[in-house]
Write a protein that binds this ligand. Structure first.
Ligand code: F6R
Length: 251
């Protein structure tokens, strides 16, 4: 992977924004891979600014998000459906009908609806393939090296599928649910690591000292399911954009 060390999130965001804006100019129906979390927010802001300043037509742009909770209605403010619409679709002015989140077809279907839930993952991978694949996938990374909801131990060949959320992830995310872990969903649906690796370009963003160890494992450790992001070493076009703090453990 190519590692770019930047001063701050804004500088990282501009690199992503320029890259994606040029892509959309060349390919108006570009397919963007989208992530939630704090790491991509400056990148979405930078892209939205370039789109506005340069009057780029984004009406044909398509999007596929990485992951979603199971069991939340789509219009729940903390669903990734809502989050992606709030942070990406609205500021960029994308066509909401062209942006997909893995749980959309389930719309809060109860976990007991096993057949429906089991079919949603393969259907999502098929939809990505039918769209011609993802052009640029933006990624954040967990302090344990997770990407999407692929926690350590996830198969590097995995497709989109339903998973149970790690206890630590539920504790970490309780802040979005009135600090009440009982309100945090127990399951999720996430693009697999194999799904992520099929995107033509991966852009992973990480900022702050808390990510330094995960970045060290990702860039300089062996490729291993113990650090899902280390799978980026297998990808022919992966760009890792990090600040000095996240880079502090690299040799
Ligand atoms: C988001 C996602 C997660 C985050 C990761 C980092 O859709 O799948 O893997 O990218 O947890 O989160 P932040 O960016 O908030 O540090």
């Amino acid at each position: 992977a190519e590692v770019i060390i930047v001063k701050n999130e804004e500088e990282a965001g501009e690199i992503y924004g320029r890259c994606v804006a040029d892509l959309i100019k060349a390919k108006p129906d570009a397919v963007l891979g989208l992530a939630t979390g704090s790491s991509p927010l400056a990148a979405y802001r930078a892209l939205a600014k370039i789109v506005k300043d340069e009057s780029i037509d984004v009406s044909q742009v398509r999007g596929f998000a990485l992951d979603e909770y199971l069991g939340l209605p789509l219009d729940h403010p903390e669903s990734y459906h809502s989050t992606i619409h709030r942070t990406v679709v609205e500021p960029l002015g994308l066509d909401p009908a062209k942006v997909h989140v893995p749980g959309d077809v389930l719309n809060g279907a109860p976990l007991e609806d096993g057949d429906k839930i089991a079919a949603a993952g393969p259907a999502y991978d098929a939809a990505i393939e039918a769209a011609g694949g993802i052009d640029v996938q933006i990624l954040g990374i967990g302090t344990d090296g997770h990407i999407g909801f692929n926690e350590p131990g996830s198969s590097l060949a995995s497709g989109t599928r339903v998973k149970t959320l790690a206890e630590q992830t539920r504790i970490d995310n309780a802040r979005f649910f009135d600090n009440d872990i009982n309100q945090v969903p127990t399951h999720c649906i996430t693009q697999g690591i194999g799904t992520v690796l099929k995107a033509r370009h991966l852009v992973l963003l990480a900022f702050g000292a808390g990510k330094a160890e995960a970045i060290e494992e990702t860039v300089e450790g062996g490729v291993s399911a113990f650090c899902p992001a280390s799978a980026l070493q297998l990808h022919p076009h992966a760009t890792i954009i990090i600040d000095e703090e996240a880079a502090s453990r690299l040799r």
